[in-house]
Design a binder for this molecule. Sequence first.
Ligand code: PEP
Ligand code: MG
Length: 589
Amino acid sequence: MTLSRRSYEGIGASPGVAIGEVVVFDRQNVTVRRRHVAADAVEAEIERLETAMAEARREVEVVLEGLSDAAGADHRLLLQTQLLMLGDEMISSAATDAIRGGRINAEWALRQSVDAICARLRSADDALFRERADDVHNVGEHLLRALTGQRARTLPALDHPTILVASDLTPAEAAHLSASRVLALVTDSGSASSHTAILARALQIPAVVGVADITREIGPGDTVIVDAMRGEVVVHPDPEEVEEARARGERFEAFRERLRDVEARARETADGVRIALLANIDLEMDLPHVKHEGADGIGLYRTEFLYLDRSAPPSEDEQVLIYGRVARRMAPRPVVFRTFDLGADKMPNAMRRGPNPALGLRALRVAFERPELLVTQLRALLRAAASGQVRVMFPMVASVADLRRAKVMLETARGDLEAQGATYGPVMIGSMLEVPSAVLMADRLAPECDFFSVGTNDLTQYALAVDRGDPRVAHLASSLDPAVLRLLQRAHAVAEAHGKPISVCGDLAADPVATAVLVGLGYRSLSMPTAAIPLVAEALRRVPVPEAEEVAREALEQDGAADVERLVAARFGDRLGELWREQGIELPR
Ligand code: PEP
Ligand code: MG
């Protein structure tokens, strides 16, 4: 029997083509039904609960025993904490009472008891208790899985390269992806600038995101083609189609290699103007890629990834070790450490989601609520600055007051180190320009900092009022929109007038359609996922500055993003068309 072919459309978020078998990772909560149990079955139900608790503990113990030394103390501590909670009296006695009192099944009793404990914790006055609620919830889900035999919530261990299909990945889960095991990634939600997409690009794993309901439509073991150039997923493809896709994938890989080989990796425009190309990294493990692509430095280190997937924030000493290693390995090239941008789409376990996270407690606002978190990070960064060129950049600066307040915290950190007699080094201070108000006030921010970096992902989200994580509106979020370009123009003009270096570190910097426009607006420093460096270098080499300036001027006068794309296509299609096509980019005519 031949299985019927189906295809689905999504957003190509990391280029490449892959063909393989599917593994589905569904993070939905366990479904549980209420069942009444007869009086003489109550004890058996309690025994089921106890067996499940013992089984869940054994599972964690096995993982703990098998943990290599390299796994790190935090991973171990996390598992030990989980183990303790799996044996927690509070959970087991509440559930046992519920089974006895309500004559209900163990699953229902457990869900009710865990929900009640979580609700109590969430309403506690002490933040420490509130923060435990998610941990208790997770432990409850773990126990329910043991009771019901439903799928576990951890990323599946992939013993051969497969295509991972998931509802979505948390940044912490996405951080565990490995290019050698995951051929491609497909998710129900997300957009091209969501963190899953950003990480997939960093790891060079082809990804199609925002394919609504794909986890329901696809079964484990199905063969699929993931064509991230076309933003397409084909289930049960025809043999000829597989051959064509394979050829497309090979052509793309060959193209990527060819770009890498281009002699001396000159980072110059066609008329010899030097442009710095820096790397964006999320984790220390991205560093080998940075070296491979020969970046001029790190223009954005998203340090918040260090805070995810753990129950307590990283200690000062742990941070000094990591930041110091990165700074040393990059020296004398600079590393821009962006202080943690937690909240919104990067929620640590312990944080509560507000009603509108992108506009709520996020980044510096979290730091102002929990000053010790940022001051600890700043002490670590100052200490790491003794090892290399450390630049400290504050995210989500929305006002002059924000930047001043963050700088006061930097001074507090310096004062602490001074008092302790600790060794530390000098740092440069940067402000991200990713909130429209910051761009509008850039002339007032300039005297307060040493450099700027434009985060076009958030700037676009806030300027156009488009949620960057919502696939239903993702098509509206183009950073090439003239509204965003006008903000970019203003930001550059102000920085230049104040003699402050400025770069772009949002994903627009990696878009070969935008390269000429950014250069034309005056940008001479671009920071991007490492995989994009050879591509942007090649785009640069094909465009002279005066032409780029002309196109940028015209772009600012267009009505919309599609008009800007049409303009760029008309002006540079002859020289850049090949690069765009290889990336699967089709421009409007
Ligand atoms: C941005 O907003 O453009 C940016 C670089 O930061 P992030 O994508 O981490 O929000
Ligand atoms: Mg941002």
